[in-house]
Write a protein that binds this ligand. Sequence first.
Ligand code: SD4
Length: 331
Amino acid sequence: MKRRDFVKIGTLGTTALIIDGCNPNETSLKNEILPPPLGIDKIKVISTWNSGIEANKTAIEILKNNGPAIDAIEKGLNVTESDSENTSVGLGGLPDANGNVTLDACIMDHNFNCGSVSYISNIENPISVARKVMEDTPHVMLSGKGAYDFAISKNFKHKNLLTESSRIKWEEWKKENKNVLPAINHENHDTIAMIAIDQLGNLSTGCTTSGWAYKLAGRVGDSPIIGSGVYLDNDVGAACATGMGEAIIKICGSHAIVELMRNGSSPQEACKIAVQRIKNSNKDLKDLQVGFIAMNKNGEIGSYSLYSGFNYAYQDAQESKLIDSKYDLDW
Ligand code: SD4
């Protein structure tokens, strides 16, 4: 009998012994990489803010049916993008200073594939356009008119995203605030960033937003920037961000968290260290809210924000709940 080979499958530590046929004269045992065992107990979704609860419900159904995490992310985020009540994402998002709604979104899968659109207008579901950039082009990021034209070429429909109530808010802002930007604080947020793990143990992540309300025309935040708004290494974990994009970009926030997890930090510790970096790298912390969520390869989760008031939605096969994030400072 030849050597018995035992195959260790990835980080799951599963051991498989395959006997090749039953002929005693042909007693070869051969190595074969088996797919890891499926596990409905493995699936999990986390999303920023309470609007994540509804998005997670759509995402978890996909995962329960053994769908891939990337589908859960796209379809889950579509829910929030199409919710006209959410004034920070997609339809109904607050416009820029000129009254134009411009959107940022990105998506990343377990094989380092990623796609992104920034400064795109008149397309309700930018996360789906980002996925098309990832899958149908050799590029990672399309922006502005190019991103819009690409979306139209892929049969996305032109749509006016400025709802009547968002238009009225913008008119009031112009009148009352003399063009001073509202703070990104506990009252002005709701960008959705999501992480999902599927039955095969693969992670995906994505983020979609209309960005900072009444921003200068042309402004792009952290949300479409791979490494800032989201990052993922399937051997380690994933992280994503909400809050003031300018501060998140400066420390490549989501990438920093994944690297911290690679070096042994728990998701919670890694998010906290990233927030501390933001605290140390900005002199004026007034109104500077940032929040991170993270999940490692084993499905452990964590979060941290600079100020109180940040929460995130958790969903697994059994339960859905809103978790108050740990934080550094009280408002
Ligand atoms: C941005 N990070 O455009 C986004 C804003 C945000 O909750 O997250 N708001 O900077």
